[in-house]
Design a protein around this ligand. Structure first.
Ligand code: SF4
Ligand code: SF4
Ligand code: SF4
Ligand code: FES
Length: 643
């Protein structure tokens, strides 16, 4: 521990802290611009200057390590005058005519810092020339005129996302932010995660869709869970007048680095399918409006006529657990269905359940990625799916990290790693055999032969394999292309090897809530045979072509959907559904975290959730719905995932 004083107040700071940490611990504050707690200190803006007794000059508190006996002063005449000067210089260097900026009035750290220092006019005559504005990106705009060269975006892209797209070109005050080697952002290697936009302290990077839609204080903020894959990243949904304005991450979230990917941040804002607004019934070949009461009565009449195999009932993995439980109870208890179905292709949740029968709680939580020093990624493309897990790996390319990847698609996950063994294809067994062989015998003829047969570059493969004995915290990530029921034997071998070398294992499970659905006993893509009556609870999700074919062959087709699509086109009865933003409910992440998703928008009164409809139908048919899922589900999760 380090003992020092801040503004005469004595404090004890853990070793390794900076003067800024000491200032915060002591309950004081100094303005900062280039500093961000998630990024490596950079010390470029100099706004956080403080006086340290014994130092000849003012010191940047964000980069100077705290030392025993230091006496720090944050609010002296000297520090105040330095801050005013620095801010005045920043305002004079580029076009900060704030009245034209979308982040003015409280959303801009630069403007807030100036007001806090009592600056309300230009003290240095602005002498800037125009800088490049890059409007080529579909999701955000870069206006170099408002850039203060703090490099928070650059560091975010490399240190947090591992994408290394952004950099600065030219020197000094002529510097501008560029993508790759100076190509337009929209044509660059940017993967549109938007994390750089969120962290920019000025209006230099801003979202196209949310600009001029209101300041942070005008927006209603709902902290909730991303529904766009099973990682369950925390997201903050920002709305105004019941409109979706922006989606941000929760930077301080300890799970998954508090980041979002493009699917979680921008895809919901880009949703432009036509909403179903009223219940519709097919008459004379045309879908025509019908009252909810009549629609429900029609369903009740149809259901009463059939039972068991004659009914097929399938739902989307994007629905909350309570809805899944009610759906199962309604059809299995009420109509003797042998099983209820889940849309999707991904067997990974079922694979986890199957493997746990042999291995017990063999899976780890995603936190294992944070301090891993090696990863073996089999059958997952972390640059297109579960992308935030990919960020946690890609950003380690700056470290001494070993990456083995077997993926069906060529991708850029491993492009910056020195120690890498990348195989495009599905030779999971062969690569695991190579690791097993090398672990047992080191460089040997057998290993050489596999390297040759697999067409791997020998020196790269050997570089990776030589590091194998040094792996301290390896993680195996098994994705949907490998985690299949038909691969169980191979998966068993892989898990045994992982356990032998002390590696943690994570199986990535497809849709948002597909893990919970599998634990509740839903059958994945259940054969989709034609039925007398087919009920498809799509909500705001989609289903595959086989499902559509089966639907078309069924005699009476009910589709509960938020949007018009080819399933509603084929339906006899269409029910308008709420979307993800309009419902509450529990979700189970791929690593067993039970999370509550909060509603952020209110649906039209004619749109009802799948849960609402099940409640109405239960009333109409006198079926009592079982809603107790939590205890059973939690127990099952603890049998698969180690806390
Ligand atoms: S959006 Fe993401 S990938 Fe693109 S520049 Fe920003 S941080 Fe990098
Ligand atoms: S664009 Fe924003 S975050 Fe990036 S250097 Fe400029 S001001 Fe800083
Ligand atoms: S990784 Fe998945 S949960 Fe996280 S933001 Fe992206 S889509 Fe959402
Ligand atoms: S915040 Fe310390 S130098 Fe920028």
């Amino acid at each position: 521990m380090i003992n020092l004083t801040v503004n005469e107040k004595p404090i004890e700071l853990p070793d390794g802290g900076t003067v800024l940490d000491a200032i915060h611990l002591a309950g004081f504050n100094v303005p900062t611009l280039c500093h961000h707690p998630k990024l490596t200190p950079y010390g470029s803006c100099r706004l956080c200057l403080v006086e340290i007794e014994g130092s000849r000059t003012l010191m940047p508190s964000c980069t100077v390590p705290a030392a025993e006996g230091m006496k720090v002063h944050t609010d002296t005449e000297k520090t105040k005058s330095a801050r005013t000067f620095i801010l005045s210089m920043l305002f004079s260097e580029r076009n900060h005519f704030c009245m034209y900026c979308q982040t003015t009035d409280g959303d801009c750290d630069l403007q807030t810092a100036a007001y806090d220092e009592g600056i309300n006019h230009w003290t240095i005559t602005p002498a800037y020339k125009p800088f490049y504005v890059d409007t080529s990106h579909p999701d955000f705009i870069l206006d170099n005129n408002r850039c203060i060269l703090c490099r928070r975006c650059v560091r975010t892209c490399s240190e947090l996302v591992g994408n290394n797209t952004l950099g600065l070109e030219h020197r000094g005050s002529a510097s501008i932010l560029i993508a790759d080697n100076g190509i337009p952002l929209g044509e660059s290697s940017c993967i549109s995660c938007g994390n750089c936009v969120e962290i920019c302290p000025t209006g230099a990077l801003y979202d196209r869709r949310s600009m001029y839609q209101g300041r942070e204080t005008d927006l209603t903020q709902t902290e909730t869970v991303c529904m766009d894959c099973s990682l369950g990243c925390t997201r903050v949904v920002k709305t105004r007048d019941n409109r979706l304005v922006r989606i941000d991450s929760k930077p301080e979230d300890i799970h998954l680095g508090g980041l979002l990917c493009e699917k979680g941040r921008y895809a919901p804002l880009n949703e432009n399918h036509q909403r179903v607004k009223d219940p519709l019934i097919r008459r004379n070949g045309e879908l025509q409006p019908i009252a909810w009461d009549s629609a429900l009565a029609c369903i009740a009449t149809q259901l009463k006529a059939y039972g068991g195999d004659e009914i097929s009932a399938t739902l989307s993995g994007r629905l909350p657990i309570t809805t899944m439980q009610k759906f199962k109870s309604f059809f299995q208890d009420g109509f003797n269905l042998e099983s209820v179905g889940l849309f999707g292709h991904d067997e990974s949740a079922a694979v986890s359940i199957e493997l746990a029968k042999e291995f017990g709680a063999f899976e780890s939580t995603l936190d294992a990625l944070e301090d891993a020093d090696a990863a073996v990624v089999l059958g997952a493309n972390l640059t297109t799916d579960h992308q935030v897990a990919g960020f946690l790996i890609k950003r380690k390319s700056r470290e001494d990290f070993s990456l083995v990847e077997v993926s069906r698609d060529e991708n850029k996950l491993g492009q910056n790693f020195i120690k890498r063994l990348i195989r495009v294809g599905d030779q999971y067994d062969e690569i695991i055999d190579l690791l097993i062989c090398y672990k047992a015998k080191g460089a040997c003829r057998e290993a050489e032969q596999i390297i040759q047969e697999q067409g791997l570059t020998a020196h790269r493969a050997n570089l990776l394999l030589d590091s194998l004995p040094d792996w301290q915290k390896p993680v195996f990530i098994l994705g949907k292309d490998y985690a299949k029921l038909s691969n169980l034997e191979s998966l068993r071998k892989t898990i045994r090897f992982a356990q032998e070398i002390g590696a943690k294992v994570i199986i990535l499970k497809g849709d948002t809530n597909s893990f919970a659905a599998s634990l509740l006993g839903f059958e994945l893509n259940p054969g989709f045979k034609a039925a007398k009556i087919a009920i498809f609870a799509l909500a705001d999700g989609q289903a595959c072509g086989h499902a559509l074919e089966a639907l078309k062959k069924s005699e009476f087709k009910i589709v509960h959907s938020a949007y018009f699509n080819e399933f509603t086109d084929a339906a006899d009865l269409v029910l308008p559904c709420k979307t993800w933003a309009e419902i509450d409910g529990y979700y189970l992440s791929t690593d067993g975290r039970l999370q509550f998703h909060k509603q952020s928008l209110t649906a039209d009164k004619e749109q009802h959730s799948v849960c609402d409809v099940l409640n109405f139908m239960a009333d109409k048919t006198g079926i009592s719905l079982q809603t107790d899922w939590q205890t059973g589900l939690t127990q099952k999760v603890s049998g698969i995932i180690k806390a």
